[in-house]
Design a protein around this ligand. Structure first.
Ligand SMILES: Cc1cc2nc3c(=O)[nH]c(=O)nc-3n(C[C@H](O)[C@H](O)[C@H](O)COP(=O)(O)O)c2cc1C
Length: 209
C-alpha cells in the first residue's frame, strides 16, 4: 500500500533526465503488460502501442514537435513567452524510445457495454492504460514524458495508424539519471499545483469565489 502511494508521488513527467540507455526487455514487457491490464469500457481494450526506436522516425517527430512548439510560443506574449522559452517540452531523441498510444473505437465490437451514452468512455479507457504505463514505469525506475505538441494527422501517418485509429499520446520512455522532485512547470515558474481543497465539493458543486 505504501509502495503504491510512493510510486504515485514519485511519478514525474520527464524531459531532461533520460540517459539514453536501453530499457531491459523484461522491464519494458512488465510496463506494457501493466498498460494492457487497465480498466476499459465494456472491456473493449481499445488501445494500441507502437514502439518507435528508429533514429530517423524519432528525429522526424522531434522536428515536427519543434515546429508546434514555435506555433505555441508565437501565441504567447511578454512574461509568458519568456518563461516558456526556458521550458523543455520533450525528450524524444534523448529517451531513445517513443511509445505511441492509439485509440481504436472499433475494438470490442458494435455493442460496447457502457459506451452507448458517452462516446468518450473509449478515450478515457486509453488514458487509464497510459496512467498504468506511467506508474509501472516509475516503479521500474524509468522516466516517461507525455508529448502533445503535434498534429494528429502527422503522427497517424508517421506510425501508419489507419484513419479510424486516433493517436492519443507520444510517450518518451527510458532509463533516467533521477526523477525530478518538482514538476518542471513549477520549477520554471509556469504553473503551480493547486491544493486539493480547491477542487473538493460536498454534495453539490460550489463555484470558486
Ligand atoms: C495529456 C497530457 C499532455 C501533456 N503534454 C505535454 C507536452 O507536450 N510536453 C511536456 O513537456 N509535458 C506534457 N505533459 C506533462 C505535464 O506538463 C505534467 O504532467 C504536469 O506539468 C505535471 O507534472 P508531473 O507530471 O511531473 O506531476 C502532458 C501531460 C498530460 C497529462
Amino acid at each position: 500500500m505504501n509502495d503504491l502511494y510512493d510510486v504515485i508521488n514519485r511519478r514525474r513527467d520527464t524531459r531532461r533526465e533520460f540517459t539514453g540507455q536501453p530499457i531491459p526487455p523484461a522491464s519494458l514487457q512488465r510496463v506494457l503488460a501493466a498498460a494492457h491490464c487497465a480498466p476499459s469500457v465494456g472491456m473493449s481494450q481499445p488501445w494500441d502501442f507502437v514502439l518507435v526506436r528508429s533514429p530517423q522516425t524519432l528525429e522526424s517527430f522531434r522536428s515536427h514537435v519543434a515546429g508546434e512548439r514555435e506555433v505555441f510560443a508565437a501565441s504567447l506574449d511578454g512574461e509568458r513567452g519568456e518563461t516558456f522559452d526556458t521550458i523543455k517540452v520533450e525528450g524524444i531523441v534523448e529517451s531513445g524510445l517513443g511509445i505511441v498510444v492509439g485509440y481504436d473505437p472499433s475494438r470490442g465490437g458494435p455493442d460496447v457495454l457502457g459506451r452507448h451514452a458517452i462516446a468518450d468512455t473509449g478515450l478515457y479507457s486509453v488514458v487509464c492504460a497510459i496512467q498504468n504505463l506511467w506508474l509501472a514505469s516509475t516503479a521500474e525506475g524509468l522516466g516517461v514524458g507525455w508529448v502533445s505538441f503535434y498534429r494528429e494527422e502527422f503522427l497517424r501517418d508517421l506510425v501508419g495508424f489507419p484513419a479510424h485509429v486516433r493517436p492519443v499520446a507520444w510517450l518518451c520512455v527510458g532509463p533516467v539519471s533521477a526523477l525530478p522532485d518538482v514538476p518542471d512547470l513549477e520549477r520554471f515558474g509556469w504553473r503551480h499545483r493547486s491544493p486539493l481543497a480547491e477542487v473538493l465539493h460536498e454534495e453539490r458543486y460550489a463555484p470558486r469565489v
